[in-house]
Design a protein. Sequence first.
Length: 231
Amino acid sequence: MMARQPASPRFTYGLKKAPILAALANSIFLVMAVGAIGAEAIRRLMHPSPTEGGTVVAVAAIGIVINGLTAMLFARGREHDINVRGAYLHMAADAAVSGAVVLAGLVIVWTGQRWVDPAMSLAVAITILWSSTGLLRESVGMSLMGVPSGIELDEVEAELAALDGVEAIHDLHIWPLSTTETALTAHIVTQRADYPDALLESARAVLHDRFHIEHCTIQVERHHPAGHENC
């Protein structure tokens, strides 16, 4: 994978952001798929066409099994990796579409109502759009180096400020290195410059244990720099 490429003089973090771009592409694809499904459903509602209910049910049932099993493979990691979540939503959406097709096929077989199939497709499109909106929003935010979801900047600042001897925190920045790794930089003001190593160790422990931030760069200062007296 691109994300596993080692660091280079040009890409000093390697290509860790590749999964973020993949998640963004996946979410855009889901939105485009919703548009295509919705447009086709509306067309078929306005101009119904004959549908072989039995054939539709058989083919869609196979799709449910294949896509459902594939979605289950991604289910466990979707909470911690936005890219895995995108793949999970993709497979789950395909399974949902197949399920809707099976239901529509059965209704067509029993009642002969041809409008059921496009109506069900439209309902599935709305459901997929609702579930993929959050993925799109989060992947865009990560691409723009926003603070990852699940981490509040104010909480991080408060935890660091509560460390023994810390007077102030300024220039605090948090951004995603990848879909699973977070980076942080901060300046800590303290008059107890005789123990910077212990302070840095305490700060790293808090960031790791409380916020799961592994990559941190912290500068210890004895005085408030100009323009940061109230930070």
